[in-house]
Design a protein around this ligand. Structure first.
Ligand SMILES: Cc1cc2nc3c(=O)[nH]c(=O)nc-3n(C[C@H](O)[C@H](O)[C@H](O)COP(=O)(O)OP(=O)(O)OC[C@H]3O[C@@H](n4cnc5c(N)ncnc54)[C@H](O)[C@@H]3O)c2cc1C
Length: 439
């Protein structure tokens, strides 16, 4: 079986940026011996939240490569040049392209790595491959589009698997009900409910607000915007605060004592969590203001309301809401309930559970490499699940370009693992490519 130098699980922006960094680090004429496995049928960046008039929340200069290598052919600026839109984009006078355009940029970049990525293949397990007492390799088990189990061997692994929907406990009994879904499935799931008129959105962050504006633009839909918060506060992207997203701030967070790091992250939560853009908040406020002018209340803003229970029948989805101001509990019925309740980033624990005894702490070093026991030779890196140790930029695009530089450099320093097979079983191409990655 072919042995890869690297398998990447997921092919979102993080692992795409890594593929570029690795390829740009190869000596001329050498091929990349890496495989990426992506469960979606093609490259797509949060496709169910690709709504009209939504924009990037960070500068296009924080694209896949610029902070690492501004001369890379994979810059957003070169993408614009290739698409013959550079002058037009300049006339837009913005740092914040539409999400539609950024997704097109990412897809364009991903298109250059088709031969290194297998789509519609979900990794379901990673098991140790032992040689004597040592774990020399990893066997990556995946399920392909035909539901066939595939196995691939690798010397190193990088997980770039993003987040999974955070579902409040009280909504768990309605799992599988097509009328209740997470914001990450919004476009597809909502289109499957053509008769929805009464809609609840739970949450008060960027996604909740974007969905509210989208539904406001559709006829005959009345929305209850339900949040525990007292109000909607904007994301703080003022320049000094924004410094926390600079790549060198990662060192500061990582070097902060573990017992103080939580407080540091809490201090800046408002930059990223439950904090929509100011412009979006202003548009939403205007909708509510115009309701007051017209005297017709189509939407309601149910602030300080906690959803405590949910049930469903043919009449609709029933939410029991605790009014935190009055203490009253009352029930409301909806055709659709949308959970804009954020993401969890603990999936790597489940995916790596077969390796648990070799990764006792599930802790990463500064280069995002998981600590392991001495007999475990492969390196496993995490992209996007290191917020507690590396800071709030970790789940965003802010440090992607630099993080992939750090990971590719760490990969090049990885100790040569034990040969999996005697050299005579390896094709010259494999030996050559394996050596090439260790730049
Ligand atoms: C709607 C929305 C808008 C956002 N906008 C911004 C923004 O403007 N700026 C910003 O900095 N950040 C933004 N973010 C944050 C977002 O996390 C990053 O933009 C970016 O998507 C992170 O890239 P990633 O590759 O780490 O994760 P993801 O983009 O989530 O990609 C992970 C990939 O892994 C795949 N995958 C997961 N598990 C498996 C498996 N077991 N097997 C195979 N494949 C798997 C998934 O299908 C997915 O394609 C936004 C997030 C959302 C939800």
């Amino acid at each position: 079986m072919h042995i890869h130098d690297l398998i990447g699980v997921g092919f979102g922006p993080s692992n795409l940026a890594l593929a570029i960094a690795l390829e740009e680090g190869l000596p001329a004429g050498h091929a990349l011996n890496a495989l990426f496995l992506e469960k979606q049928p093609n490259f797509a960046w949060h496709s169910d939240m690709m709504l009209d008039d939504t924009h990037m929340q960070i500068s296009f200069l924080k694209d896949l490569v610029t902070l690492r290598n501004p001369a890379s052919p994979f810059t957003f600026v070169n993408y614009l040049h290739q698409k013959r839109r550079l002058s037009d984009f300049i006339n837009l006078k913005t740092f914040y392209p539409s999400r539609l355009e950024f997704n097109d940029y990412l897809s364009w970049a991903a298109g250059h790595f088709e031969e290194h990525c297998r789509y519609q293949e979900e990794v379901i397990d990673v098991v140790p491959e032992k040689r004597g007492n040592d774990v020399a390799l990893l066997r990556v088990i995946s399920r392909d589009s035909r539901q066939q189990i595939q196995e691939n061997l690798t010397r190193n692994l990088v997980l770039g698997i993003g987040g999974v929907p955070n579902i409040p406990d009280c909504m768990a009994p309605l799992k599988g009900d097509p009328r209740v879904f997470h914001s990450s499935r919004f476009r597809t799931a909502f289109n499957q409910q053509p008769r929805a008129r009464r809609v609840a959105i739970i949450g008060a962050g960027q996604s909740a607000t974007e969905i509210f504006m989208d539904l406001n633009g559709r006829e005959d839909i009345a929305v209850d915007f339900i949040t525990r918060a007292r109000t909607i506060k904007p994301s703080d992207d003022s320049p000094f605060v924004n410094e926390i997203f600079n790549p060198d701030y990662t060192d500061y967070v990582f070097n902060t004592k573990e017992d103080s790091r939580g407080a540091l992250l809490d201090e800046f939560m408002q930059t990223n969590y439950a904090a929509p853009d100011m412009a979006l908040i202003e548009r939403m406020f205007q909708v509510f203001y115009l309701q007051k002018v017209s005297g017709s209340q189509r939407h309601r803003f149910l602030r300080r309301h906690n959803t405590v229970e949910a049930s469903a029948d043919a009449a609709g989805v029933h939410l029991r809401l605790h009014d935190m101001e009055t203490g009253n509990v009352h029930s409301l019925t909806y055709d659709v309930v949308i959970l804009a309740t954020g993401y969890q980033r603990q999936q790597h624990h489940a995916l790596l559970s077969s390796l648990q005894s070799y990764l006792p702490e599930m802790r990463v070093d500064r280069n995002y490499r998981l600590h392991s026991t001495p007999q475990f030779k492969p390196s496993i890196f995490l992209q996007g699940s290191c917020e507690p140790s590396h800071g709030l930029s970790d789940t965003l695009l802010s440090v992607t370009a630099i993080r992939t530089k750090e990971i590719s450099e760490a990969l090049s320093r990885c100790p040569l693992p034990m040969p999996a097979y005697p050299a005579k079983h390896q094709s010259p191409g494999e030996v050559h490519a394996a050596a090439a990655l260790r730049i």
